[in-house]
Design a protein around this ligand. Sequence first.
Ligand code: ADP
Ligand code: MG
Length: 623
Amino acid sequence: RSNAEKFEFQAEVSRLMDIIINSLYSNKDIFLRELISNASDALDKIRFLSLTDKEILGEGDNAKLEIQIKLDKAKKILSIRDRGIGMTKEDLIKNLGTIAKSGTSAFVEKMQTSGDLNLIGQFGVGFYSVYLVADYVEVISKHNDDKQYVWESKADGAFAISEDSWNEPLGRGTEIKLHLREEAGEYLDESKLKDLVKRYSEFINFPIHLWASKEVDVEVPAEDDESSDEEDSSESSPSEEGEDDSEKSDDGEKKPKTKTVKETTYEWELLNDVKAIWLRNPREVTDEEYTKFYHSLAKDFSEEKPMAWSHFTAEGDVEFKAVLFVPPKAPTDLYEGYYNTKKSNLKLYVRRVFISDEFDELLPKYLNFLKGLVDSDTLPLNVSREMLQQHNSLKTIKKKLIRKALDMIRKIAEEDPDESTDRDNKDVEKSGEEDEKKGQYTKFWNEFGKSIKLGIIEDATNRNRLAKLLRFETTKSDGKLTSLDQYISRMKSGQKDIFYITGSSKEQLEKSPFLERLKKKNYEVIFFTDPVDEYLMQYLMDYEDKKFQNVSKEGLKLGKDSKDKDLKESFKDLTKWWKTALAKDNVDDVKVSNRLDNTPCVVVTSKYGWSANMERIMQSQTL
Ligand code: ADP
Ligand code: MG
C-alpha cells in the first residue's frame, strides 16, 4: 500500500514470533481465548472511562459493549471485533511490536527449555499466539483520539501501519483479521468456534456473538411444472397462495407455482452466559464452574484445579462479594523483587464494573499468591483510581479479605487427612473426596509456605492465626511436617518453652552438640532451615503462652537438677580463669552447661545476639 509505514519488530518480539510460527505445539486453540481476553480488556477500559464521561461511548451500535466473531469461509478469514477502547497509531506501534514487555524474554527463555505455550497469556504476550493459526494478520483499530489505522504483518520480522481508507469505519474498537494458514481450516467451522468459546471464554463479562449460519425453509416460485411434485407441496403449509394455485391449475392455465427450499441465512448468536459467577449463590455453583472461572481469571490454563477457593458476601457498613483462589502452583517468580514491586492478583469491580487489577490496597504483600476478585457495592463508581485507592472502605475490605483468606488456608489443613493427629486411632472411612484432600496441605506448604512466614513477619495483627499455619520438621517428626499445635500436644510435663534450632540443613542440625542433652532427655526440638526462619523467629516470640527458645542461645532451661548447683560451685575457678583468658575475644561469660552430653564445650549465643546461623546468612545475604 502506498501510505504504509514499515517497522521492525523489537528483537525479542521477533524471536518470540519465530518460536510461535515454528512451534509444533498441538493445542493451537489458545489463540482465540487470547484474542477474546484482549477484547474484553479493551471493553473494560472504555467502560471504566465512561463512568466519568458518558459521552465517550458514543451512540447506537458504538455504545454496545460486545465482542463479535465472523467467518469468511471463501477467503479463509476469521475476524474478531470489539467495541473497546481501540488503539491509536502510536498504541499499535508500541503495543504490537516495538516495545517488548518484561514477560517477553522470560517467555522466550521458558519456551526454549520446557515451556508450555499454553501459559502465553500469563507472560503478557498472548496477542502473538495468532501466528499459531494465521500467516498474515491485520489489526484494524479506531481510538476516539485518532483516525482508523491498519496494522499488518506476515510475521517476517516487520509490520506495516497505514491510515485506513478502504475498510468499513469501525466507529470505535478493534477488529483482528486472521488469514488462516492452510492447515488451520478447522477454525472456519462454526461449531468448533462455539466449542472453544464455551470451553475457554465462558466467564468473559461481555456478550460474545458469532455470525452464525442457519438453515431456513423459504418458499420460492417454482420454475416449471416438474418441480411442483407432491413431496414438495406436502412440506409447504397450505397457504392462500397454494389454494389459489390449485384453483388455477384446475383451469389448466399456466400460472406461478411455489416450492420450499433450504436457504442459509446469518444472524448473531450469543455464545456465552454473561451472568457473573460471583453474583450467583455459592451453593448453586459447581466445582467445575469454579475451576473454569479460576482458569480464566488467572489466565492459568494448566488444567489443574485450584487448591482451594472461598466465595462469600460481606455485609454491614461495607458490602462486597468476593471469590478467592489458592492456585495449584506458585509461579516461579513469586518472591522476585518481593519488597519493591507492586503485585496484586485481585481484580476490583465496583457494582459489576471492572476498575483495576493493580490495586495493592486490597491484600497485603504476603498474600499476593492468591488470585481472585472483589466486587464492591460501597465504593463510589465515578471517581478516579487514585481517589479510590484512598477510600476508607478499602481498609475494611482488606481486613475481611485477610480473615477469609486465612480461613480458607486453615481449611485446607483441616480437611487433609494427613494432618490429623489422632488419625491412627480412628477408623477413618476412605471416601473419594478424602483421597483428593489427602496431602493437600503439604502441597500447599511446599508451594506457599514462605508466604505464611513472611506474613508472620509483616502482619502483627494476624500473627497468631498465621503461626497456626506454620509447618516444620522436628527431632521427633520422623521426616514429616508438623505444626505448633502438634508440638505443644507432645510437650513434656513441666516443659515451659518451645525449643528450636536454626541452621542450613536438617542433616547438619541433627549432629549439633546443642541437641545432645535435649535428645537424651526426650525433648522435641524444631528444625528451622530456611534463611527466612531467622527473621521469622525475631518476630515470633511466643505461641499459646509458650515462649520460643533457641537451643543454641543463652537461657535454655531444662528443668531443675539438684546437681547443677554443686557442679557450678566446683568448677568456679576454672570458669573464672577461662573467662579472663578469653576476654579479649569478647566472650561475655563462661558457664557450666546443662545442655551437653558428650561434647566437652560449646559456644552459645547471648540472648539478644545473632545466632551463628544468622551470622552465616548475613554474610551470604541469601534473602
Ligand atoms: P496483554 O493482553 O497481556 O497485555 P497481549 O499480547 O495479549 O498482552 O496484548 C498486547 C497489548 O496490545 C495489550 O496490552 C493492549 O494494549 C493491546 N491490545 C491487544 N488487543 C487489543 C484490543 N482488542 N483492543 C485494544 N488494545 C489491544
Ligand atoms: Mg492479552
